[in-house]
Write a protein that binds this ligand. Sequence first.
Ligand code: UDP
Ligand code: MN
Length: 648
Amino acid sequence: MRLWGRATFIRRRMLCLWLLLLGFALVTLALSDLFNRDWGHSDQRPGPPQRPVQRIPSAPDLEIILDSRDPALELGVDLAPLKSLQEDQLLFVPSTQGTKNPPQRRGSYKVLLPGAGKDATASPTHGEMGKAVRLHLEGTERDVELAAVQKYGFNEVVSTRISLHRRLPETRHPECLGEKYSESLPSASVVICFHDEAWSTLLRTVHSVLDTAPKQYLQEVLLVDDLSQHGHLKSVLSEYVTHLDGVRLIRSTKRLGVGGCRALGAARAAGEVLMFIDSHCECQKGWLEPLLERVAQDRTRVVSPIMDVIDWQTFQYNATQWPVRGVFDWRLDFHWESNPQMQDKGPDSAVQPVRSPALGGGVVAIDKHFFQSVGAYDPGMLLWGAEQIELSIRVWSCGGSMEVVPCSRVAHLDRHHLPYRLPDQEQLQRNKIRIADTWMDAYRKIFYRRDTLAHFIRQSESPNIAERLRLKRSLGCRNFHWYLTTVYPQLYIPQDRPALSGELYNVGTGSCADYPRGQGPQGGAMNVAPCSGTGSQHCDLNSELEVRWGPMGALCLDAKGETVVLSPCPTHRPSTSRLQWKFIKLSGQLVHQESQLCLEAVKEGGSSQSSPREVSTHTNTGSLFLRPCTHHPRQQWHFEQLVAPKGA
Ligand code: UDP
Ligand code: MN
């Protein structure tokens, strides 16, 4: 009995133990399921942990989808080189002239058809305005505008209030108005590529071309959609375009980027001269004829109008001062350079074109056959950036020329920021690497020292430029030395001597000499800031004893009283002793030749006198002054070269 009782007792305890174990196992299972579950996909089946489903980022809240019947376009960015000129990848929307459909409504969205409300301020029911109104419910007017700026890089709300047919004030030189052009100019195909452009700016560009270009020279306007995602650029745009005479819409099913998109437009163009125009431009009266005339006279001439500027905040139109020409610096960034000294003071100087080492991408006119024969755009340069510099070097080196034509003016909307995201930060550098390795010969080292990101990318990968090098050989293009000496002799060629060039590092503050951004090409005060390591603080102490600063090397270390500043370097030698510095390697002192004082970094808010107590106080921002020479660490400098490319 006792034995039986004991056995029962043991069995019960075993049972309890089993139950406990079972309960524990169940709880563990439930918990692990809980943690493995992807809450965005709650229908996921329980079981072994699965790979999380890749989520497609949802459309931004501000997006208005106009027509749900639109077939979904391919998402993401295709980076394959341009191979998409096959017919099957394109959707052509031919212009159906003379259609008399009345303005239509799609949901709450009223489509303003072309011709309606000419010269009137855009109606508040205008497509993009609808978006703004919706936004308005969610915040103040200021918030609405901020959201628009963030989305487009300009104040799109202001843009929607401006007529699609606004007239620009006359800014051409009076002598231009009397100019006569040939009766038989070649025909033009205006190619407008766009990716997610705002409705108002895109259509204002199109209407401005139609309103200003004489019909007899305008073969067509080709709108090329580079895989836009915004709803208003889908069927509503297709429909709008069918009501415009001579406008065709081509849609690419691959994201081509600026160069690829233009090459596609060019391949479809019927006109003799290609006019590449950005999707946010406004043409001044009479802009087309002077450009066509210059190309007609010499088919290897590539020309640009004076690019006026539309303000990204106010949409105010600002005329650019003549003369102006396009240039680029050693970081391969493009600039328009307004320089009154450039002007030849002859009687025709206001109407005479000026040769230009480069042209911007905003508006370029080029003969179609010349464009194709000189190699169109480099198909290896993807998405955005530096393609206009590549075209410029190539055109000049391979037998063409470039100029700005002053009697033609087109305004370009200079945005606050690029509205589309590049897939990685390095795309622009990769485009520049192609230019450096294809066109710059040994001079490419100067670029790599000033763009260290490009240098490091180049160290780990080689661009595939074999095709472009073959083209260069087959066209018999000249070398970069020829380009620099013949076309662009104004560009300073840095010497970049070891230990006398690089970031100017200050021992006492642990920071580098720096030129605060936004002070412009005329110069301003220098300071010290954290060393960037990107090449943006690179300078070059040359054999003329000038410390040349910036990617152009056109600013020189100078002194105004005891303050150290940058000012434009002399274009004619010799340099004055005010701009000359001697570097004493042993002590690290940089001695100003005129005053015989030393360059000293002074920490922010600190005493301007060297005192031993301050040695231990490390700060990394401050100003630069001239001081009597001492051996204080804040007067000790090193030129730190960040990059020594192969063979440098
Ligand atoms: N663009 C394009 N595909 C892209 C990026 C830009 O078709 O991947 C268009 C863009 O809409 C514009 C032109 O190419 O009409 C030049 O680009 P953007 O205006 O952004 O260059 P920026 O004038 O700022 O240098
Ligand atoms: Mn642009």
